[in-house]
Design a protein. Sequence first.
Length: 414
Amino acid sequence: MLHYKSKLKIPQFFVSIGAGTNQVPLITAAKRLGFNVIGVDRNPCAEGAGLCDLKIQESIENYEEIYQKILEIILFGDIKGVLSRSYGSAVKSACFIANKLNIPLMPYERMDDFISKKRMKSVFEANGLNTPLHIQTDQNNFRKAVSKLSYPCVVKPVTGHAKTGVQRIESKADMQHFLTGNDRKKCPFIIEEFVRGDEIIAAGMIYQHRYILIGITDKKLTPPPYFVDLEHIYPSRYFDLWDRISAIGQRVADAFDIATSPLIMELIVSEGRELSLIEAAPEFGGEFISDVLIPEGTGYNLIQQSIRAVSGLGFRTPVQKRIKASIAVRYITARPGTLASWNEKAARRLPGILHVKLFKKAGSATAFPTTNHDRIGVIIARGKTREAAQAAAARAESALNITLNESESGHNEQ
Ligand SMILES: Nc1ncnc2c1ncn2[C@@H]1O[C@H](COP(=O)(O)OP(=O)(O)O)[C@@H](O)[C@H]1O
Ligand SMILES: [Mg+2]
């Protein structure tokens, strides 16, 4: 009797919600794992689209349309996983598709609890997570609550990202000015007590409802009133808070009913080592943390393991508290003007430099940073110690030798 061995292999698909520059690490990691990648993006010429096997031209927000199109183009094969390297509504779309296809992620209906800071803070509070006290514009006694505020405090849009619209307010008079100004009419916002202390980021993931902390980084910010990220340094000086931060991560996972997902948490360590949870997001986050800092600093490939986790491939938990190298992610900012020249090659060839990138083209306008989008470039460096990594990044910034044509009016200056 003859036995025929079928050569037909069932294609395995992975969906990336978004196919722009930021998605490239996710798309390449999925390709390396052997998946056929479906890239969803409104822009068919997006930077990662060429790396994808199939493209769906659709806005990342239109989850129902995306789902329909996925069903239409996959005539033969299995969709094993879906993720987004983006944030907010892109992650919500990933959850919708995951829920439909029984891929473990988080309930799509719960994503708005992250997207709205107001709802996020209510969930934190209801689950005993320590978060700064806040008031919100649409609450009944808003005026009365404002009159009782102590200063400084922080105003932020209810749905915001990348520090846009987040501002420290120093006094009652400034608050009055803010409340009567344009900003208030543009979008609903919340006001929080200002928490003094050192800010850290906890990068971790949730696998089968269990939170796993992978790395903690320190953060340096611009001076008030804005909160633009200038530097992330690994390992954190607060490494010893590992177990307490892990417990917070687990509480977030439980409170938002997350099965499997990366999770970024921003916390402030205040006097007495009290931990205050500023924000949490079931995302890889930006800032080169998931794709460069974590793999280089800890040896753990967070993006690849997240794809494995949602796709049901063998998942490996990280070696806890592993410090393979110290890493500094240093952002470059500039005064108002236009970008004239720089020398990336000179910066790249210095020792310890992992990555150098200018985000803007020659001739682009530069401005004092008020949001993360105003930063003009980044340098990532590795060192034996935190100080060595930071010094290498600083040297590379000097070697970059960025020159500006200064703005003549200078009225943007603070
Ligand atoms: N209550 C607060 N006290 C001190 N700093 C804060 C507070 N809220 C926000 N910040 C600072 O502002 C930054 C942005 O706030 P966040 O709520 O995370 O908004 P975004 O979504 O834009 O990241 C934080 O990373 C932190 O540096
Ligand atoms: Mg934040």
